[in-house]
Design a protein around this ligand. Sequence first.
Ligand code: ADP
Length: 451
Amino acid sequence: MNKLWQKLALNFVAVAITVTIVALLAVNLSYEGRFRSYVKERQAINNHRIIQTITNIYKVHGSWSDELTDLLPQLGIMSGVSLKVLDLNRNVVAETSPEIEAMMMGENAKVAGETAVIPVVNDASRVGDVYITPLGDIYGVPSEDLRFRESINRLLLLGGAMAALVGLLLSYFMAIRMTSPLEKMTAVAKKIEAGDYDERVDVSSKDEIGDLAYAFNHLAQTLERQEDLRRNLTADISHELRTPLATIRSHIEAYIDGVMEPSTENIISIHEETIRLSRLVDDLGELAKLESDKVNIVKTKIDLNDVAEKVVFNLRPLFEEKGVSIELSKVTQTLSVKADADKLYQVFFNLLHNALKFTSKGGRAEIRLEKNGKNALAYIKDNGIGIDLLKHSAIFERFYRVEKSRNRSSGGAGIGLTVVKDLVEVHDGKISVESLPGKGTEFTIVMPLFK
Ligand code: ADP
């Protein structure tokens, strides 16, 4: 039994059976009690009527007469009892006959209860006794009453069976409804496994299955993005490797062919390319580290003021060396965020380091912190060379450099801002840039404050 609908059906049928059994028990128990008192009441009324009839007959004749002998069988059968009347000397005056009873009442002629002995009283004196024995089934209950009870039980059983059947059908359809999105997910998962990443599950329900489908689609999207990144990364790396390698190769080939002299100047150019290759390898290492760091983020409550202060303190000598001023304006209160202090250090470090790289002597850099509603803001500003408006979103991409040549001297491979953006997003933050060529650049980071 490994189909969901079979499991559901089993549960439904079990519930239907249990409910039926409980209903049967409850009905029968309460019925039993009421039945007994009903039977007693009925017998008491019956007995009273019988005694009254017999007393009346006695009254009419003033003594026990043969009329009673004639009437008694009829009275007995009509009342569903067998009767015996004794006078004061304990002589039988009249009695019903079991043969006639059997003939008239059939199955119901059997004794069904204790015999009641009731005195016959005429003019305040006892004249004899009547023995009344109920006939019928075990309760002395007329068969129609029993049939009523039986029919209730039958109805309950029928209801239970119907409930089980409905449960069976219901579970089948419910399971189909529930499992169809699961089956879809399985199919999509298989496609993804085979490398087809753009498949998604189309489930609109708002329940747990909907949540699962949503999470599943999200996972598929992440996998797709990862796959894209992996592909792009490989393309990026090969692209980055191609240029320096081609330069080195063409130089060496020219030396071999004797077209070019391996002069110091020419060898320096090869050397520069090898340096570039080494940097690329370092940057790739950094990128790999970032990927693993992203998994190892340890967030605690920290004060952004402290992080900014530490970065400025550590970078100040480099700024002074180049002749660029650096300023820090903190918030007076603490600026608490839930973050990994080392990672935020790296964010501020990369941004300030860029500000230093792209600002010439005599320039100015600044890091300013602010609190705004539920957010912490950090502005990192310089009045350096600036970035063309069209390149604002591209600078966060891997290996992107505004001018390849200008950065070669400053040493970047276009990874610093990729790292910054990734780290800010890992902290549920956002980074944006405003910049004008020749005027300077300002990066803004928005992060949720610690609640
Ligand atoms: P890099 O390692 O080249 O600095 P980044 O990812 O840090 O790589 O930056 C990408 C590019 O964005 C840089 O090459 C540079 O052209 C531009 N850039 C970044 N920060 C600044 C800045 N403060 N001023 C001017 N240009 C900047």
